[in-house]
Ligand binder design. Structure first.
Ligand SMILES: C[S@@+](CC[C@H](N)C(=O)[O-])C[C@H]1O[C@@H](n2cnc3c(N)ncnc32)[C@H](O)[C@@H]1O
Length: 222
């Protein structure tokens, strides 16, 4: 599933109208920049990979803003090429891609700016010595809390039993409320409007059950 090196990825990223070249300059102004209403949801996928989920979600909810964050240029390139290939009359107008590391989110988004965060098939980092790199570790959750609206929602999908268990514990320790918890998404009430990611298609084809959780930030949000 790993993407291969893409030749000329800096040039491809620089040329795509979907790639935000100066994400830090938009801090606190993303709704305006995306051209969505002040009350419209602003949604962020962290580790967006090749962009299938984002493109489909933007089609399903065109009034919302959609941002994909990805730290690997060659992977983000694939997402940019995907969006660039969409016909003009179906183009997702309120969608941007950012090449950055999730630890930078607080410099890219103002406090309370993001309505929803999606963590789709985040790297499980199975070794205990790497557990801080998991996107639901205590290095990341306080950042998410700060940039999310008080009524925001974090959704996680994974095939990894260990990452799921770790995430449930880490979220609970950080004061998040777990609203939805499913151990087999396809057999759950959430299967109907589920948009599959690239990794999800791969794991589902192998017959692997997919875990789903939705969590809500602590009230104080500090
Ligand atoms: C296993 S892939 C899943 C891709 C996609 N979400 C899917 O479900 O098909 C995880 C992606 O998250 C990205 N990623 C991992 N840690 C990240 C971080 N700290 N900041 C930004 N992106 C990250 C990786 O580069 C990789 O492309």
């Amino acid at each position: 599933m790993r993407s291969h090196y893409v030749k000329n990825s800096p040039q491809i990223l620089a040329a795509s109208e979907y790639v935000e070249q100066e994400p830090f300059a938009n801090r606190g102004k993303w709704r305006e920049s995306l051209g969505i209403a002040p009350e419209a949801p602003l949604c962020l996928e962290i580790g967006c990979g090749k962009g299938r989920f984002l493109e489909e979600m933007a089609r399903q909810e065109p009034e919302a803003g959609w941002i994909g964050l990805e730290r690997i240029s060659s992977v983000l390139c694939r997402a940019a090429q995907r969006m660039d290939a969409v016909a003009e009359d179906q183009a997702p107008h309120h969608l941007r891609l950012i090449r950055a590391e999730a630890l930078q989110l607080g410099e890219i988004f103002a406090n309370g700016e993001i309505s929803r965060i999606y963590l789709n098939f985040s790297d499980p980092w199975p070794k205990v010595k790497h557990c801080k790199r998991r996107l639901t570790s205590d290095r990341f959750l306080p950042i998410y809390r700060r940039i999310m609206t008080p009524d925001g929602c974090l959704q996680l999908k994974t095939d990894s039993d260990d990452l799921f268990a770790f995430s449930l514990q880490s979220l609970a320790e950080d004061g998040w409320r777990i609203g939805v918890r499913e151990d087999d998404l396809q057999a759950s009430p959430y299967a109907g409007d589920n948009i599959m990611t690239e990794y999800e298609i791969f794991f589902t084809a192998q017959g692997k059950p997919i875990h789903l959780l939705r969590a809500f930030p602590p009230v104080s949000g500090t």
